[in-house]
Design a protein around this ligand. Structure first.
Ligand SMILES: [Fe+2]
Length: 417
């Protein structure tokens, strides 16, 4: 870090089909670790879950010895999916087409009629089962958060994440996790725009009226941003000192100021019928009430008060991606705390109080970019100077950090875009 620039990003980079194909090759199937899912989703031997790394359909499962394996969900025979359920428990994966069968390590263990039947010769004598296993990924994790890579040469996971982001994942996954549910949001925008969005403090209080109105995230809040040394991962946080929320009047008597830009709301005082929605039970050893941690290239880990979720990006071409939310709490949560988390879970998500606006903003960018051939975005809130960590709310520095790393891994120069 410390580099300058990366403040003009060509709009074509959000649309170009050939560039997108190169991203799949160099990023999602290259020297990176992608978020797979949580160990808590597959607690028992034989448990599996379907997921994606880039556009590649993936199955990950737990073998009899407890180890987690991940492989491409594609039969080595003719390419059919070997697993069509999202979750389940199996002793082996059997392709529906010709029943080729794979064990929980992804090795091919059965080929029907391999030695022929009724006089037909079957597979050639030199057919080697060992050469036709599923395409495997390397898997590693931090406190039950699983990542996988196609690369044999990428650095070890903890080195890839760096100490700041390892520490944050250890904080957020501080104990055994209880899965509370899933949401999926289909967004018609380029996947990189989402990585910008979760690095973007500037929009938080402006776009998200719910957050500013009810005091979750305001432009005046104490906050900060942290990157890894290469600028590829981000951590954005809002601090609310303990005294502030413990001594604050109940929300129904303090609905917060009006949105400064919303003149239509002048004279109204918005309030919630159920103010417990806003409650923040302190559960970490710090003052961070909101944290957004983005791990390049496909995940964000969310804490909005007590609403915790892992978000996975599944790109679907240059102009669309799916965002899959895995909502979680902890095994030692009381039933009351679980109910609170579930109520608060609707803070974000496809019909939530917050992130539907992100989708609307990103989709409008995707449309706007189409106008004109050589235009670029202006990413210079907070200056064009060195890319480094800070405690300023209104800056684009982590977005520039993202682009500096993206350009490195892709071999691109934004000035030549
Ligand atoms: Fe947002």
């Amino acid at each position: 870090m410390g580099r300058s620039g990366f403040d003009r990003i060509p709009y074509a980079w959000y649309h170009d089909e050939a560039l997108y194909r190169l991203e799949i090759e160099r990023i999602f199937e290259g020297e990176t670790w992608s978020f797979l899912g949580l160990e808590a989703e597959i607690p028992n031997p034989g448990d599996f879950r379907r997921t994606f790394v880039g556009e590649a359909p993936i199955v990950y499962n737990r073998a009899e010895d407890g180890r987690v394996h991940a492989f491409v969900n594609r039969c080595s025979h003719r390419g059919a999916l070997i697993q069509r359920e999202n979750f389940g428990n199996v002793s082996a994966h059997v392709c529906l087409y010709h029943s080729w069968t794979y064990d929980l390590a992804g090795d091919l263990v059965a080929v029907p009629h391999r030695h022929g039947v009724g006089g037909s010769p079957g597979m050639p004598d030199d057919f080697d089962m060992e050469c036709h296993g599923l395409r495997k990924l390397r898997v590693d994790g931090v406190n039950g958060v699983l990542f996988a890579t196609f690369s044999e040469t990428v650095e070890p996971l903890r080195d890839y994440l760096g100490p700041t982001h390892v520490a944050h994942l250890e904080r957020l996954f501080r104990g055994p996790v209880r899965i509370l549910g899933y949401q999926r949001q289909a967004v018609r925008s380029n996947w990189k725009a989402y990585l910008e969005n979760v690095r973007d403090h500037y929009h938080g209080a402006l776009l998200h009226g719910f957050q500013s109105t009810f005091g979750i995230n305001r432009s005046t809040h104490d906050c900060g941003s942290r990157m890894d040394p290469e600028g590829r991962h981000s951590l954005l946080f809002v601090r609310q000192p303990r005294e502030e929320y413990e001594n604050a009047p109940p929300p129904e008597t303090d609905p917060g100021p009006l949105r400064p830009l919303d003149e239509a709301a002048e004279g109204t005082r918005l309030s919630l019928q159920d103010p417990t929605l806003l409650r923040f039970e302190r559960e970490f050893d710090d003052d961070r009430s909101t944290t957004m941690c983005s791990i390049f290239p496909n995940s964000t880990f969310q804490q909005i008060r007590n609403a915790l979720a892992a978000r996975q990006i599944r790109p679907r071409g240059p102009g669309a991606f799916d965002l899959v939310f895995t909502i979680f709490g902890y095994e030692d949560d009381s039933e009351e705390m679980t109910a609170h988390r579930l109520r608060q879970a609707n803070m974000a998500g496809p019909a939530g109080y917050v992130s539907l606006e992100d989708a609307e903003a990103l989709e409008s960018c995707q449309t706007g970019h189409r106008a004109g051939g050589s235009d670029a975005s202006v990413v210079e809130m907070g200056g064009r100077g060195p890319i480094r960590d800070g405690d300023e709310k209104l800056d684009d520095v982590m977005i520039r950090g993202f682009w500096s790393y993206y350009c490195d891994i892709m071999g691109l120069d934004p000035n030549e875009g």
